[in-house]
Design a binder for this molecule. Structure first.
Ligand SMILES: Cc1ncc(COP(=O)(O)O)c(C=O)c1O
Length: 389
């Protein structure tokens, strides 16, 4: 099984492994890196074959004619998610953080409020603040270890200066796959408060058995305010290509976005286009199916081991490979928990508060790594919290 293969990523300019000492103080020699959403698995064969073909050809010039790339996105969305975008609706950005930043730039003005359902992927707040807009944190309700919408509370919270909602669908962290009813409630919330809806669906392929992701474009009555985003990067672990799709179904809504792209001179890179197109193939689809099965095994193993520690609770994930673990039941101060995980167990993990309101007592663990590494991490945690047992 290839997902069991351990690949040494040290000294490869890997953000995940080569920055953990600087960012988290976790020793590169002894530490295990479980932070940023980047998997430790080899890329799928069709992706490697395409890269090899590019290098064998040897001339690495400008890319042109993206019709086959757009068609590949259409095929993937249709076969995997039951919705096919108009090829003209697709814009190619330098990834989805860049896509969100472009939306903030194109559709809002300084001082506008931009709504986030927190805790949520931390880069959203970072770029919103950097652009001089205000982050409006609407905290998700944590009902018995499951995030749910709290629309009535959020309605009361709106001040009138909010112009946009950035949604993570599926949700990072917490791994919720929003149901149709929830997506409709989000649509109605956006209509009530006249918000543009940015639906970042980067995790849409990493959904566990028994759950179905619904692309927001399948929800009626939202087309004139919807911007959807998808990418190959999270699904296929090729974040280094820095390429994402911003999909804007409404033709009028496309115009401000296209204008900002043109003004900033944004265009994709040939590695990104060609590797993403190779990924969106029948062989790529089989690899993703195998990947999700493997991740599901890691999820079960990690959750079983963590939930056996008194007071520690890992949120049941419907999607993503990012375990969201609540330590509040241990009764320890968060500094103590962090010290045990980072310093004693030597695991580099994301700290909950960076995800906004509601994340205070949590740590996020990336378990997309060979199973033996997940086992080692679980052993270290059991030792670090042995006095609880
Ligand atoms: C919800 C979400 N959006 C976007 C990204 C990053 O996207 P990109 O690498 O395309 O900028 C991540 C990465 O973890 C994410 O979780």
């Amino acid at each position: 099984m290839t997902f069991d293969q351990i690949t040494n990523r040290h000294n490869t300019h890997s953000m995940k492994w080569d920055m953990m000492e600087k960012l988290y103080g976790v020793s590169a020699e002894e530490g295990i890196s479980m932070w940023v959403a980047d998997m430790d698995f080899q890329a799928a064969d069709p992706i490697k074959a395409e890269l090899k073909a590019m290098l064998d050809h040897g001339v690495l010039g400008y890319y042109g004619d993206d019709a086959s790339y757009r068609a590949a996105i259409g095929w993937w969305m249709k076969t995997r998610h039951g919705w096919e975008p108009d090829p003209e609706a697709i814009f190619t950005t330098h990834g989805l953080v860049n896509g969100v930043a472009l939306c903030v730039d194109a559709y809002t003005k300084p001082g506008d409020g931009i709504v986030l359902f927190t805790p949520v992927y931390h880069a959203f707040a970072r770029i919103i603040r950097a652009a001089g807009r205000e982050v409006v944190e609407c905290e998700l309700a944590n009902h018995d270890g499951r995030y749910e919408l709290d629309v009535a509370a959020w309605d009361a919270q709106m001040k009138g200066h909010e112009t946009m909602l950035v949604l993570s669908s599926p949700h990072n962290p917490g791994g919720r796959v929003w149901t149709r009813a929830e997506l409709e409630a989000i649509r109605d919330f956006c209509i009530r408060h006249d918000l543009l809806l940015i639906s970042d669906e980067i995790h849409h392929d990493l959904v566990f058995p028994g759950v179905t992701h619904t692309p927001f474009a399948l929800i009626e009555g939202v087309e004139d305010r919807l911007i959807m985003m998808s990418a190959t990067t999270k699904t296929f672990n090729i974040a280094g290509i820095h390429l994402g799709n911003v999909i804007i179904p409404d033709t009028d809504l496309r115009k401000p976005f296209a204008a900002r792209m043109a003004a900033l001179g944004i265009s994709g890179n040939s590695f990104g286009y060609r590797l993403a197109e190779a990924a969106y193939s029948p062989a790529g689809a089989r690899w993703v199916d195998d990947l999700v099965t493997y991740l599901d095994g890691n999820r079960k193993l990690f959750d079983d081991r963590l939930n056996a520690l008194p007071g520690v609770r890992s949120m049941p994930l419907e999607s993503t490979y990012l375990a969201w673990v609540d330590f509040s039941g241990t009764g320890m101060a968060q500094d103590e928990v962090n010290a045990r995980v980072l310093k004693q167990a030597k695991l580099a993990v994301n700290l909950g508060p960076t995800f906004g309101k509601g994340g205070e007592s949590f740590l996020r663990f990336n378990f997309a790594t060979p199973r033996s590494v997940v086992e080692e991490a679980a052993d270290r945690l059991a030792e670090a919290f042995a006095d609880l047992q």
